[in-house]
Design a protein around this ligand. Sequence first.
Ligand SMILES: Nc1nc2c(ncn2[C@@H]2O[C@H](COP(=O)(O)OP(=O)(O)OP(=O)(O)O)[C@@H](O)[C@H]2O)c(=O)[nH]1
Length: 179
Amino acid sequence: MGTGKTSVALRFVKGQFFEHQEATIGAAFFTQILSLPEATVKFDIWDTAGQERYHSLAPMYYRGAGAAIVVYDIASMDTFVRAKKWVEELKRKASPNLVMALVANKCDLESRREVKNEDGEKFSDENGMFFMETSAKTALNINELFLETAKRLTKVSPVQQSGMNLQNEGRKTFSCCFG
Ligand SMILES: Nc1nc2c(ncn2[C@@H]2O[C@H](COP(=O)(O)OP(=O)(O)OP(=O)(O)O)[C@@H](O)[C@H]2O)c(=O)[nH]1
């Protein structure tokens, strides 16, 4: 909750950032197209609500997703602990081919850092994820995050990967969820 999932998505999709971003209710949906040399990828992004009362809705969004981006706030150890629980849930319940990213957001708040990057990197290595430090506020690594996700998605078999992958006119559509 409050780690910056909506802010990361909004920065990627619209290039916007709001200091007083409202908490997500239920889930929000965004789309964005990214062109790689090998393919054009259309992201269907489900931004899930972080508040505990919405936890039971999350499987609706990550089942059938090609990728999951799990976001914690570097200034809050609690959010890192929760992120690790989300990863465990995804490994138990989501597709075995799921592309997973662990995102250390709010890296502009260095003076308030509670979570060392080495700990995030170690956990992501141990769990077959890739790790990215981002700031939705300054836009650091936001495009890189989705670029790397797209590259990894195009490497796995699209049909196997998302189950709802559509291919038309050379465009690949993947669904992606935030936790
Ligand atoms: N300094 C800083 N603040 C950020 C950053 N990303 C998000 N925020 C702020 O953190 C607060 C929460 O951001 P949201 O994007 O709503 O977080 P969320 O994870 O979608 O929250 P839920 O909807 O409750 O799950 C907002 O006030 C944002 O402005 C960042 O990279 N740096």
